[in-house]
Design a protein around this ligand. Sequence first.
Ligand code: AMP
Ligand code: ZN
Length: 114
Amino acid sequence: MADCLFCGIVDGKIKANLVYQDERLVAFKDINPQAPVHILIIPRKHVAGVLDVETSDGALIGEIFQVAARLACEQGIAESGFRIVVNSGANAGQSVFHLHYHLLGGRRMAWPPG
Ligand code: AMP
Ligand code: ZN
């Protein structure tokens, strides 16, 4: 989608530190990390956010969690623990309107989240 930052990363027009990619997904390091490990996992296809996920996206969403688990193992945070976050809308602080899953780890997380 034109003017979408993460579509730009998918297309290679905007540089990112990629850590994983396949036919449907791309994962890259967050530019402003909130934890020692902070990776964003996104679908290649433009989905604006959680509210736009369709039933036919079920396999895609499942794959996102599989990739998150794989990356957690690769990054050495599987045993210590990690958090997967999806922000939706203003109150949650969503700033990029292309569905993305934050994979955070490498430090103790607070609960409830801020
Ligand atoms: P959210 O606030 O949930 O919409 O998350 C958007 C995330 O994208 C933030 O954590 C940003 O730091 C991150 N971000 C923004 N621009 C880039 C970029 N060019 N490369 C990597 N991460 C980015
Ligand atoms: Zn997009």
